[in-house]
Design a protein around this ligand. Structure first.
Ligand SMILES: NC(=O)C1=CN([C@@H]2O[C@H](COP(=O)(O)OP(=O)(O)OC[C@H]3O[C@@H](n4cnc5c(N)ncnc54)[C@H](OP(=O)(O)O)[C@@H]3O)[C@@H](O)[C@H]2O)C=CC1
Ligand SMILES: C[C@H]1O[C@H](OP(=O)(O)OP(=O)(O)OC[C@H]2O[C@@H](n3cnc4c(=O)[nH]c(N)nc43)[C@H](O)[C@@H]2O)[C@@H](O)[C@@H](O)C1=O
Length: 321
């Protein structure tokens, strides 16, 4: 352990984003990383989290641990999505402050914005209208997470920052057939259809919903970039009551076009059909990423190339849920 370096706790280090953040930090030569599996540290348990921060004395926290899932999971397990996420973020933020951690990065989600927000969605649109019903509990928890960080900054002088990722994908994703997000779900479904020679693949919803997709290594790079921004730059582009920053590509696509692209990536030649008994969710949630761009960061990975990387990562996955 290099004592000259900050001791950095990456909560959720085995997840899609957490594992990518570890890769970025290690690539920077930052090796003083602290990680705990869920079996080692249950973040919904305040006593365990308090004991951890009292014993570990970390300097920075990346809070990439959360209860996460796609539209079906959010609609099916609303109590878990609001309870787990409220407990995890409240315990980590409070115990980090209590043990003297000055810097923390909280990961929210683009679902915090009103269902019918003006597109592209600016950070100032927060709480300007009703949320999307399919993921309202999760969104409420994430909004509370932003306000938690802002409140500790205002009262205690901490430097707890918030980033709002758009939909993410890439190596280390969750491929659960029902509870995953659309890209890993369709990569798996198209691949399995190709293997059995199926004539068609069923896509949920109308296919008309639009989504923005950011490759996870870009998200991790943005997370580290925002954490390492000097305080004046971060503060100059955010306000005490709007301290969060959108992170995305600034471009979106219909689910129908995405499905065609994934079918092409997987080399599936059958038909694509739509099950309109399944919800579309928010019609569109394209983020305005101009604030982060003005701070010097932009996404790099094009969707078609990112999907090729994601498919290769899927093929290398040795255990599917
Ligand atoms: N994926 C996406 O499309 C998006 C993600 N985000 C946000 O990004 C962050 C990271 O998400 P992502 O990487 O996709 O999620 P993952 O589900 O891939 O990873 C979450 C990690 O957190 C851990 N974890 C969850 N609950 C607990 C708990 N109670 N105690 C300890 N560890 C826990 C999980 O451990 P275990 O596996 O053992 O349960 C897992 O390692 C989250 O805040 C999420 O809300 C925002 C927008 C989009
Ligand atoms: C990141 C984001 O993720 C969730 O919101 P979402 O963007 O609606 O997520 P999704 O990826 O599950 O769906 C995107 C679109 O894709 C369509 N779709 C088609 N076929 C499949 C399919 O097979 N699986 C899934 N999951 N979706 C499918 C689906 O009907 C929808 O129109 C919330 O966690 C939210 O809180 C959040 O933060």
């Amino acid at each position: 352990m290099n004592s000259a370096q900050p001791r950095i706790f990456v909560a959720g280090h085995r997840g899609l984003v957490g594992s990518a953040i570890v890769r970025v930090l290690q690539a920077q030569g930052l090796t003083n990383l602290v990680t705990r599996t869920r079996a080692e540290l249950e973040l919904t348990d305040q006593a365990q989290v308090r004991a951890f921060f009292e014993s570990e004395r970390v300097d920075q926290v990346y809070l990439a641990a959360a209860k996460v899932g796609g539209i079906h999971a959010n609609h099916t397990y609303p109590a878990e999505f609001i309870y787990d996420n409220m407990m995890v973020q409240t315990n980590v933020v409070h115990e980090a402050w209590r043990s003297g951690v000055h810097q923390l990065l909280f990961l929210g989600s683009s679902c915090i914005y009103p269902r019918m927000a003006q597109q592209p969605i600016r950070e100032e649109s927060l709480m300007n209208g009703p949320l999307e019903p399919t993921n309202e509990p999760y969104a409420m928890a994430k909004i509370a997470g932003i306000k938690l960080c802002e409140s500790y900054n205002r009262q205690y002088g901490t430097d707890y920052r918030s980033v709002m990722p758009t939909n993410l994908y890439g190596p280390g994703d969750n491929y659960h057939p029902q509870n995953s997000h659309v890209i890993p779900a369709l990569i798996r479904r198209f691949h399995e259809a190709k293997l059995i020679g199926a004539e068609q693949v069923v896509i949920w919803g109308s296919g008309n919903a639009m989504r923005e997709f950011l490759y996870v290594d870009d998200m991790a790079a943005a997370s580290v970039y925002v954490m390492q921004l000097d305080h004046a730059s971060y503060g100059a582009n955010t306000a005490p009551m709007h301290s969060h920053l959108n992170v995305g590509t600034g471009a979106d696509t219909t689910i129908s076009e995405l499905a065609k692209l994934i079918g092409k990536t997987v080399s599936f030649s059958g038909k694509i059909v739509f099950d309109t008994s399944k919800p579309d969710g928010t019609p569109r949630k394209l983020l305005d990423v101009s604030k982060l761009q003005s701070l010097g960061w932009s996404a790099r990975m094009p969707l078609d190339v990112g999907l090729q990387h994601a498919y290769r990562a899927f093929l290398a996955t040795n255990k599917l849920p």
